[in-house]
Design a protein around this ligand. Sequence first.
Ligand SMILES: NC(=O)c1ccc[n+]([C@@H]2O[C@H](COP(=O)([O-])OP(=O)(O)OC[C@H]3O[C@@H](n4cnc5c(N)ncnc54)[C@H](O)[C@@H]3O)[C@@H](O)[C@H]2O)c1
Length: 298
Amino acid sequence: MGHGLAQIFAVYGCTVGLMDVKEGLLDRARENMRNNLTLMAQKGIGRLEDVEPAIGRVVPTTDLKEAAKGAGFVVEAVNENPKLKQEIFRQLDELCPADAILATNTSVISITEIAQKARVRERILGTHFWNPPYLIPLVEVIRGRDTSEEAMEKTMKLLTDVGKHPVRVNKDVPGFVGNRLQHALWREAISIVERGIADAATVDECVKYGFGLRLPVLGPMENADMVGTDLVLAIHDYILKHLESSPDPSPLLKEKVRNGELGFKTGRGFQEWSPEEVERSRKRLQEHLLEVTKGIDT
Ligand SMILES: NC(=O)c1ccc[n+]([C@@H]2O[C@H](COP(=O)([O-])OP(=O)(O)OC[C@H]3O[C@@H](n4cnc5c(N)ncnc54)[C@H](O)[C@@H]3O)[C@@H](O)[C@H]2O)c1
């Protein structure tokens, strides 16, 4: 995620310090950015002649002090480890200019917990980008317990300026908004397979050829108003007690992991995957995102 985030700000014209622990990782980050931007330009998103200048604005370093020097806005994207993130924010708090905003790209960890060891916590917040961050417009801007309104507003404006679609998340709850919605759906999807109601491919077909087609233009709340809250109530009255509500991961999911059936990584998960199918799936997603995000007005 880190190089994808650097790419967004560099394309907009910012000088970006990109910090990682090894030179080799920074070289790979630069190569990834070059490949992403070239592919995007070939698809009509940006221009080929802007690729190298953008990459030139990313200054790689293995020294956090150097990256933090003069920074106005910092996004942390280290591994999803609460202790590591707390320590990074303790250091960033000491190293960054007093008016810098410090953001974490955590997927699920509490922003308040991550900020715990920093002294100035008002300027710490969450910016949850979605992968790949240079194509998916959404960024959830999450308010921690101590985050100031000023930091929230400045971040919303900056993200809008760099072409993203930021949204405010007013409470620091696990999963924020997007992942709560996504995993409510995944829990039910896995449960349907586990209970033998339909197989994994059929579950996906029900989304891809069904209500999934409406989702890019019609979210659940607008959809509820469209069909009428009275109908939603009648449906929920009947169906909610039948939906999966376990607070624990599914036994089927645990069994898959125990057996080393890890999905694309091992060629088998809920379904079987040959190397060609894995490649085809990844390519299809990339082509789709390049196509649909081109037309989105953020
Ligand atoms: N991958 C996704 O789809 C996705 C989506 C949204 C949010 N996130 C979040 O973004 C963060 C990064 O995820 P990722 O998938 O890019 O992980 P990753 O493992 O690919 O990258 C983490 C990077 O952090 C570096 N790192 C480790 N310790 C460091 C340190 N002390 N200082 C500087 N760099 C250090 C690692 O060398 C590595 O390059 C996580 O918090 C993750 O939950 C990931």
